[in-house]
Design a protein around this ligand. Structure first.
Ligand SMILES: *C/C=C(C)/C=C/C=C(C)/C=C/C1=C(C)CCCC1(C)C
Length: 226
C-alpha cells in the first residue's frame, strides 16, 4: 500500500507511470521520424520501457523495506546507460563514419562509473574511493563529448538537426547526469530518502527528457527533409 505521507514512495509511483507513458509516446511517434532517426526513437522507448519495469519493482522494495532498492536500481542503470551511449553513437553514425573505438571508449567509461558506484553503495569498498573512481569515468565521458573525437565529428560533419541533438545530449550528460552524484553524496548527509528522491528525479530528467530531445530532433529533421 502507498502511504500518503510516504513522499518517496509517491515519487516512485509517479515516475513508474511517466515511464510507461513515455514508452508509448516514443513508440507511436517513431512513425513520424525519417529512416535513420527511427532507431534512435526505438532506443529511447527501450530505455523508458526498461526503467518502467524496474520502477514497479523499486516502488515495491521501497514500500516494504523503506530502504534503497539498490540491486534493481543498478540493474536498471546497467541496461539503460549503455543504451544511452548507443544513442550518442547512432546520432553521430547517422551523419558520419564513426570509429567503433569511440563507442567502446564511451561504453567502458560508463561501466566504470556504474560498477564503482554500485560497489560504494553496497559497502563492498570505501564509499568515497568508489565515488572518486566513478567520477573519473563520468569525467572521461564529458571530456570525450566536449573535446574528443565525438565533438570533432559533430562539429565538422553534423547537420543542423544532428548538431542540435548532439548539443542537447551534451547538456544532458553534463547537467542531467550530475544529479546522480549529488544523490550519492546526499545519502551520508541526509539519508536514504534524499538519495532516492534525487535518483528518481534524475531518472525522470535523463530518461524522459533525454528521449524528448531525440524525438524533437527526429521529427524536426523529418519535416525539414534534412
Ligand atoms: C537512466 C540512468 C542513468 C542515465 C544513470 C546515470 C548514472 C550516473 C551518471 C551515475 C553516476 C555516478 C557517478 C558519476 C559517481 C559514482 C556514483 C554514481 C554511480 C551515482
Amino acid at each position: 500500500m502507498l502511504d500518503p505521507n510516504d513522499y518517496v514512495g509517491v515519487t516512485f509511483w509517479i515516475i513508474s507511470a511517466a515511464m510507461v507513458a513515455a514508452t508509448y509516446f516514443f513508440t507511436v511517434e517513431r512513425d513520424r521520424a525519417e529512416g535513420k532517426w527511427k532507431t534512435s526513437l526505438t532506443v529511447a522507448a527501450m530505455v523508458t520501457g526498461i526503467a518502467a519495469i524496474h520502477y514497479f519493482y523499486m516502488r515495491g522494495v521501497w514500500i516494504e523495506t523503506n530502504d534503497s532498492p539498490l540491486v534493481f536500481r543498478y540493474v536498471d542503470w546497467l541496461l539503460t546507460v549503455p543504451l544511452q551511449i548507443v544513442e550518442f553513437y547512432l546520432i553521430l553514425a547517422a551523419i558520419a563514419v564513426v570509429r567503433a573505438a569511440l563507442f567502446w571508449k564511451l561504453m567502458i567509461a560508463s561501466l566504470v562509473m556504474l560498477i564503482f558506484g554500485y560497489l560504494g553503495e553496497l559497502g563492498a569498498m570505501n564509499y568515497w574511493l568508489a565515488f572518486l573512481i566513478g567520477m573519473a569515468g563520468w569525467g572521461y565521458i564529458i571530456y570525450e563529448i566536449f573535446a574528443g573525437e565525438a565533438s570533432q565529428i559533430s562539429a565538422s560533419q553534423g547537420t543542423e538537426a544532428s548538431k542540435t541533438a548532439f548539443n542537447a545530449l551534451r547538456i544532458i550528460v553534463t547537467f542531467g547526469w550530475a544529479i546522480y552524484p549529488i544523490g550519492y553524496v546526499a545519502e551520508p548527509l541526509f539519508g536514504v530518502e534524499a538519495l532516492n528522491i534525487v535518483y528518481n528525479l534524475a531518472d525522470f530528467v535523463n530518461k524522459i527528457a533525454f528521449g524528448v530531445v531525440i524525438w524533437a530532433a527526429a521529427t524536426s529533421s523529418s519535416t525539414a527533409k534534412a
